[in-house]
Design a protein around this ligand. Structure first.
Ligand SMILES: Cc1cn([C@H]2C[C@H](O)[C@@H](COP(=O)(O)OP(=O)(O)O[C@H]3O[C@H](C)C(=O)[C@H](O)[C@H]3O)O2)c(=O)[nH]c1=O
Length: 188
């Protein structure tokens, strides 16, 4: 009912819930607390977010909320397609500054679990792409932070090629990892 794959970044998981297809389309449980607990995932999500990005190449990130309002996120694509990225921002982590990225789409139904301590961002691959994600803490603007999507120390391949990037002013003004004093501590 729920396929879970680990990634090279500890705690970042790729989940694919089962779809029940029939002549009408499909049905899928996109989140089930008890089923997640069976896989050892016992995050208490408290807020659902939903954003729509009209243009291909709309890039939102790399974002985080610092403690005491750090957020775990469970991300999926409700319409269209996007490339979703998590970056290890935990000071002292052996994979600090490393990233993973996966295509999430309405068609593949995949979800990415992005734990606290990781930066999160995505770029859209289709127009009118919708992202829906659960958060384990409430929005806290005073704890909101960003690192540049094109930070040379991280080196994310967004697969943009010749697609223009659509950024918010906040994201365009973000600093690099060199300017970043991580509020997260690796504690494995
Ligand atoms: C995140 C958030 C924003 N807002 C308000 C604040 C702004 O007036 C407006 C747009 O916010 P922002 O430009 O920060 O939205 P995104 O650029 O999509 O940011 C999000 O995108 C990346 C990919 C994330 O992972 C975070 O959830 C979040 O940082 O929504 C709220 O009212 N509640 C919220 O939880």
């Amino acid at each position: 009912m729920l396929d879970i794959k680990h990634t090279k970044l500890s705690g970042v998981l790729l989940l694919t819930p089962r779809r029940f297809g029939d002549a009408r389309g499909f049905f899928s449980e996109t989140w089930n607390r008890a089923r997640m607990a069976e896989h050892g995932i016992t995050i208490d999500f408290v807020q659902d977010n939903h954003s729509v990005s009209a243009q291909i190449g709309t890039l939102r990130g790399l974002h985080f909320q610092s403690p005491p309002h750090a957020q775990d996120k469970l991300v999926r694509c409700g319409r269209g397609a996007l490339f979703d990225v998590a970056v290890d921002a935990r000071a002292g982590s052996p994979t600090y500054g490393q990233w993973v990225g996966y295509e999430l789409s309405a068609e593949n139904g995949r979800q990415l679990l992005v734990p606290q301590g990781f930066l999160h961002g995505f770029v859209t691959r289709e127009p009118d792409t919708e992202i829906c994600y659960k958060c384990s803490d409430y929005y806290a603007p005073e704890c909101d932070g960003a690192v540049r999507f094109d930070c040379p120390q991280i080196g994310i391949d967004w697969g943009l090629r010749d697609t223009a990037t659509v950024l918010s002013d906040k994201d365009a003004a973000a600093g690099t990892l060199a300017d970043f004093n991580s509020p997260f501590v690796w504690a494995e």
